[in-house]
Write a protein that binds this ligand. Structure first.
Ligand SMILES: [Mn+2]
Length: 320
């Protein structure tokens, strides 16, 4: 029954994509490798079907994704998407709600929305929802959709999809990596996906300023034994002197501390504090903690954003 339902959604998504001529593809704020990789893969695929596609995000993207084919065509706009009514279809990728796109003008739109995502707090906001909680990434879901659409997986599409899978599985290290993930990865590699660049830019290459930022975060690690949480902070000033690309990396790196039930990285930017939560434990759903602060995410990796300032006091760092 479930399979049939999923099939119906896939067919409806294909119908929507096929009949639309001008399509808006959007992602989420603080875009990552899965968000951007999926957006570009979909753009390339739809272009091959002679569709006009606009890719828009509300933030700038991390510099380590500049190697992705076609990335210069993603428009970074703060609030307004002009002529929103012109689009026949809006595709939201990797976003648990339309608000997370950060594009306010989308609310005024009456176009149908195709929602493709794998976050468990997805509010099923689309006219058609392809939300698979067990998928490693939005890119993995998109791969199946592109096959259904009959799109030829080119080398560039394969590279963009593999970037999404590689990022969200944290280089195949997260438990969301399944046999299906590796099967798709194998198919993408056989289509010519450039794994060498993905490994280099997503995993290995770090700028001097990023490494210094890591150093600050690691030096400030502190353990709350009562709660079993190990946390660290990066202030606005720390981040100003650096690029923010390393934050997810730091959150993943500290998550492996064996004594921690959960780990937390707090980072401040533009008067907002972002919390990156991780756990390695199967008996903890860290997204519930993120939810208490108005955020969300996955069982083992989640996040939230609150307004405030990180202040150093004698007793340690405090949120004011
Ligand atoms: Mn994702």
């Amino acid at each position: 029954m479930r399979y049939e339902l999923a099939n119906i959604q896939l067919n409806r998504a294909c119908y929507l994509l096929k009949k639309s001529k001008y399509i808006l593809v959007c992602g989420h704020t603080r875009p990552d490798g899965d968000c951007i990789g999926s957006m570009l893969a979909l753009k390339l695929a739809l272009n091959s079907l002679s569709k006009r596609v606009s890719c828009v995000i509300s933030d700038t993207f991390p510099p380590n994704l500049w190697f992705l084919p076609g990335i210069e065509q993603i428009k970074s706009r703060k609030k307004k998407v002009k002529k929103i009514k012109k689009f026949d279809l809006i595709v939201s990728l990797d976003s648990s709600s339309l608000e997370r796109s950060g594009l306010e003008s989308l609310r005024a739109s009456t176009s149908p929305v195709l929602n493709i995502d794998h976050h468990q707090d997805n509010s099923l906001f689309g006219s058609v929802n392809i939300v698979k909680l067990k998928a490693s990434s939005s890119a993995e879901i998109l791969y199946n959709l592109l096959l259904r659409l009959g799109v030829e997986i080119t080398r560039d599409i394969a590279t963009c999809l593999l970037c999404g899978i590689f990022f969200d599985t944290d280089a195949f290290r997260n438990p969301n990596t399944t046999s299906r993930t590796l099967e798709i990865t194998s198919k993408l590699l056989s289509k010519g996906a450039c794994a060498k660049k993905i490994v280099r830019y997503l995993l290995q290459e770090k700028s001097l300023s990023t490494l210094k930022l890591w150093g600050k975060a690691l030096a400030r690690l502190s353990e709350n034994r009562k709660l079993g949480i190990v946390s660290t902070v990066l202030s606005e000033e720390d981040i100003k002197q650096s690029e923010t690309e390393g934050l997810e990396g730091i959150a993943n790196y500290i998550s492996c501390l064996p004594q921690a039930k959960a780990t937390l990285l707090l980072s401040e930017k533009n008067g907002l504090i972002h919390g990156n939560l991780r756990t390695q434990r199967d008996d903890i759903d860290i997204s519930k903690l993120a939810f208490l602060f108005g955020g969300g995410g996955h069982k083992k990796a989640a996040g939230f954003t609150i307004s405030g300032k990180l202040v150093k006091t004698r007793a340690g760092w405090k949120v004011e």
